[in-house]
Design a protein around this ligand. Structure first.
Ligand code: ATP
Ligand code: MG
Length: 744
């Protein structure tokens, strides 16, 4: 017992061994909230206060859930499988699977991720002949999810005519489609589970008596419905009520846009009669300068619950701020630093590159790739989101639940089998007329009905062929292990052959093979190794999967995805007005403060070294933008910062040249700066170029393309190519030896 508790400070100890029923821990980043929560579970079990099956713990990601279970397993010899640890979505899914009939769902109900949901929404709009320009699908998606998170069904939405009326009608149509196809989106997982438990007293009592302890991490980011779900399950005031143990930090609430509600903290205090809020004030994660910088930044927010974080660690290094000329320059700075850190013995996986928006990752990825530094992207184009993987999953979904129209539409003509848009439209009309799924309409064709066309006509044959393909996959797969089912599907569907024939299909084939691997490890790890369970896993798990590899790699992710994590060194790039704080935040009432909380989360991920960087010009969404530095940098006391600046004279070029070998290097006078080095290199290897040289960010002119700005370069010597963004002609890669660029 003592071993578990020895390292804790007095407040942490109080929290871990809290004897009262419910508790709320409110504390800043890195103060050990997650650790306290995990240790409390171990403590409750070890001291015999409860058993694994009586514990329910909610984490923010599946990865965090797995880590928590692993930690507890390492602390004591208990059957961790009996505990329920997962995200809200994962836990609700578990309840719905177990009681699908009571919940009014087909046994093999499928989960729609955000992209799948959007596809259904587009279909709904199309069926109702609504113009996507008038009613953007994303707006409808937001409306539906928002309503569900408020606990409202289509029939309960308060409409005031006009636009709302249309939205509510579309919501209703969407509900009907989801029911017919047996699909459940993320918000629906929660709402349906909530409805099930509120309606069904027997089930509710069952779970209430089962879960004696409910523990919630990152409580500040729970939304209203999630809170109501917890409350329903815990049943405060009822005979068998659970003890809630919630930990959170109001300064890290970053999901307001998804309906997270800091007010839940106050409600929890009241609803669960929490006698005292426990505060943890010692930060164990970050060195002093980093913590001071983060604290100073967040003080610019108003209406905070307020807290005082300190660290026993020394001041450490100053926070480094790099002022780059361009995003390319910023990237090469970051890469140089990563290489230096790695050369000093730091594992790549202990380095994170954080950015505000996903689109920023591309340029970083490109740079890392060219520099042969391994990296891994969390979120973004996630493994399970990749086209070929989604195609394969769609076949699998049809095997499990043929009524899934989304899945059918995705692959009825992929790989191409001669089923044209017209045939498909007819099939859709037919299905709409009969009020059935597309599969059932297709099945009629297959059976020889004349619903769409005769089986002898080309379209009829295409459809019948497709139906018989799916049927044979269903039969062949019967009783086989999951990885084998998937292997067969990849072959029989023609996906393997299709990508084999594609020139760039190699990587896609590898991803398909990776899917078989994913299924193999899934079978090893889960109790339920059915196809349906695997499909649910694919929808719920998404991008988190990618992050688990065996290779040491730099971690790239958005700030949102970095919540709860920590790294030795952290780079926050793109600190420019409009990017971070994001320009969209201007229109939101609490927008800027939420951006500042995001920045606080980002900074507090770092243990020992923190880099902030910004670029004067940046290529984003196909345009070069000229930027001013983020106000967040000014909000940090300047004495905590160490300013670094590019010499703006082609540092990247200098490196390029130094790697080129003797001919060029031997002509370079070591005292020459990048600019003239470049000129020397160019002078050596090509002719007719201006001896003044070039650098990234420089304005140049080209005889044919006009004027532009240098963005990047690659190669060296005679092979050197430069990327120029021409004002008229757009971005081009040019061979420096031939391009005859003139500096301006
Ligand atoms: P966040 O708000 O970012 O989620 P947190 O409050 O959950 O942070 P933890 O991740 O639990 O903080 O802890 C931060 C780091 O401090 C971890 O590496 C943890 O192991 C360490 N830590 C926490 N408490 C102690 C302690 N008493 N002694 C030593 N290390 C500790
Ligand atoms: Mg935490």
């Amino acid at each position: 017992m003592t071993a578990l508790l020895t390292d804790l400070n007095p407040e942490q100890l109080e929290a871990v061994t809290w004897s009262h029923q419910s508790a709320l821990v409110l504390a800043g980043a890195g103060s050990g909230k997650t650790r306290v929560l995990t240790t409390r579970i171990a403590y409750l079990l070890q001291s015999g206060r409860t058993r694994p099956q009586n514990i329910l713990a909610v984490t923010f990601t599946n990865k965090a859930a797995r880590e928590m279970v692993a930690r507890i397993g390492a602390m004591l010899p208990v059957n961790t499988r009996a505990m329920w640890v997962g995200t809200f979505h994962g836990l609700c899914h578990r309840v719905l699977r177990a009681h699908h009939e009571d919940a009014g769902l087909p046994q093999a109900f499928q989960i729609l991720d955000m992209a799948d949901q959007l596809a259904v929404i587009k279909r709904v709009l199309k069926e109702r002949s609504l113009d996507e320009k008038m009613l953007p699908p994303r707006q409808l998606q937001w409306f539906i999810n928002n309503a569900k998170e408020e606990g409202l069904r289509a029939s309960q939405v308060d409409v005031h005519g006009g636009f709302n009326q249309t939205l509510a009608e579309c919501y209703q149509a969407y509900e009907i489609v989801s029911m017919r196809e047996g699909t459940v989106d993320f918000a629906e997982l929660l709402l349906r589970c909530y409805e099930l438990l509120s309606r069904n007293e027997i089930l509710r009592d069952h779970y209430r008596s089962r879960f004696e302890h409910i523990l919630v991490d990152e409580f500040q980011d729970t939304n209203r419905l999630q809170y109501k779900w917890i409350k329903l399950l815990a049943g405060p005031g009822s005979q068998q009520h659970a003890a809630i143990f919630a930990v959170g930090d109001d300064d890290q609430s970053i999901y307001a846009f998804r309906g997270a509600h800091v007010g839940n903290m106050r409600d929890l205090e009241k609803d669960f009669s929490v006698p005292k809020i426990i505060r943890l004030e010692q930060n164990y994660r970050s060195h002093g300068n980093i913590l001071d910088a983060a604290n100073a930044l967040i003080e610019h927010n108003k209406g905070r619950l307020g807290k005082n974080l300190w660290t026993a660690a020394g001041k450490g290094e100053p926070v480094r701020v790099y002022h780059a000329a361009t995003d390319m320059d910023e990237t090469s700075f970051i890469i140089d630093e990563i290489k230096a850190l790695h050369a000093d013995g730091l594992a790549l996986s202990d380095i994170a590159l954080l950015y505000r928006s996903n689109a920023q990752s591309r340029v970083l990825e490109h740079g890392l790739f060219n520099a042969s530094v391994s990296y891994r992207v969390y979120g973004g184009m996630r493994f399970f989101d990749r086209q070929e993987v989604k195609h394969a999953l769609a076949y699998l979904r049809l095997i499990a639940l043929p009524d899934d129209d989304n899945a059918l539409l995705r692959i009825i003509n992929f790989p191409p089998r001669g089923i044209g848009a017209r045939t498909l439209e007819q099939l859709q009309d037919q299905a709409a007329m009969l009020g059935t799924s597309l599969w059932q309409a297709a099945f009629k064709v297959y059976e020889g009905g004349k619903a769409v066309a005769t089986r002898n006509s080309q379209p009829g044959r295409g459809i019948a062929g497709f139906v018989s393909l799916v049927l044979s996959m269903q039969q062949d797969g019967e009783g086989l292990p999951l990885p084998e089912i998937i292997r067969r599907v990849i072959d029989q569907s023609g996906l393997a052959a299709h990508y084999q024939a594609e020139r760039e299909g190699g990587e896609r084939l590898e991803n398909l093979k990776e899917l078989i691997n994913a299924a193999t490890s899934f079978v090893h790890e889960s109790e339920d190794d059915s196809l349906t369970a695997f499909l649910a896993h694919a929808s719920l798990e998404g991008g988190e999967h990618q992050a688990e590899g065996y290779q040491d790699a730099v971690q790239l992710m958005t700030v949102h995805a970095a919540k709860g994590l920590e790294f030795h060194s952290v780079f926050i790039s793109g600190l420019e007005e409009g990017l971070f704080p994001h320009e969209n935040s201007r229109n939101e009432p609490d927008g800027l403060e939420e951006e500042r909380r995001l920045m606080y989360v980002a900074m507090t991920r770092a243990r020992q070294r923190l880099y902030l960087s910004y670029a004067e010009s940046r290529m984003l969404h196909g345009q070069v933008r000229v930027n001013i530095p983020s106000r967040f940098i000014d909000e940090i006391p300047q004495d905590l910062l160490k300013r670094l600046r590019s010499d703006f004279s082609g540092r990247s070029f200098r490196q390029g040249v130094s790697g080129t070998g003797q001919t060029v290097a031997s002509t370079i006078n070591s005292s020459q700066k990048g600019r003239s080095t470049m000129a020397a290199a160019v002078g050596m290897t090509s002719s007719g170029l201006n001896s003044a040289g070039f650098h990234v960010g420089q304005q140049v002119s080209h005889a044919k393309f006009g004027t532009g700005i240098i963005l990047n370069y690659e190669g060296s010597g005679t092979d050197m190519r430069i990327q120029v963004n021409f004002h008229q002609a757009g971005t081009k890669w040019l061979s420096l030896a031939y391009a005859k660029l003139e500096p301006l």
